[in-house]
Design a protein around this ligand. Structure first.
Ligand code: ADP
Length: 213
């Protein structure tokens, strides 16, 4: 859970940090408030994992600031939890085929595979637009000549953190990453089990925000 602390809650956290373990009664005394007034604040801080409460001992600081809690929440999410279904085309597909698939499947990036379903390339909207500028018929251009190909692909793995995947999207300025696992029968060859896009990241961000509501 992610919350924004009120100034009174910040004060409570500071007191517990400095003097914990400390009873609710003592915290109330220090703030010249009643124990009852403080109860909701203490409940919120405990639920948020910022303070810990032990019977007969009192409150102590659990070591997590709100920012740390947010950071952990982001870093604990894995690619596997948010990935969507990948949309694949064969390397002998034409640019025309790719445009149709992109519209039908409602995606912005296609992953290109060989006959063994191993990842060989990526094709984006702009790649297709670029080839449409030329004079050649779109039904004659194979995707393999316009795609970005291995080993220049930026990829992610199911167990990678969503934060690391998002960092790759920003660093390499791409919209989507194929989620891959190595083929155990053929070393170095990748099977595609999903896709992570800016939309997945945005969804995860919104969910994270909702947790704090
Ligand atoms: P667009 O610019 O079409 O909206 P991108 O920003 O994703 O989409 O693509 C920009 C370029 O990067 C394209 O040439 C595309 O082939 C390439 N590209 C897209 N995704 C990847 C990836 N995961 N790894 C390497 N190159 C990629």
């Amino acid at each position: 859970m992610v919350i924004e602390l009120t100034s009174r809650q910040e004060k409570i956290v500071q007191i517990v940090k400095d003097e914990g373990p400390i009873t609710g009664e003592h915290i109330a005394d220090k703030l010249s408030l009643t124990r009852a007034t403080l109860r909701p604040d203490l409940a919120i801080l405990t639920m948020a994992g910022i303070l810990d409460a032990r019977p007969r001992v009192g409150y102590f600081y659990s070591g997590k600031s709100t920012l740390q809690a947010i950071g952990e929440s982001i870093k604990n999410k894995t690619v596997n939890e948010v990935k969507s279904v990948p949309v694949l085309v064969r390397e002998n597909a034409t640019v025309y085929d790719c445009i149709c698939t992109m519209f039908l499947e409602d995606v912005g990036t296609l992953f290109v595979v060989d006959e063994d379903n191993h990842l060989v390339g990526v094709v984006s909207r702009k790649d297709l637009l670029r080839s449409a500028i030329g004079k050649q018929s779109l039904e004659e251009i194979p995707v393999s000549i316009i795609m970005t190909r291995m080993p220049n692909l930026v990829i992610t793995y199911p167990e990678e953190s969503l934060h690391d995947a998002a960092t790759k999207l920003i660093r390499y300025q791409v919209d989507a990453l194929p989620v891959v696992v190595e083929d155990d029968k053929e070393q170095g060859k990748m099977n595609i089990i999903g896709r992570v896009t800016k939309t997945n990241i945005t969804n995860a961000y919104v969910e994270l925000g909702n947790e704090g509501l």
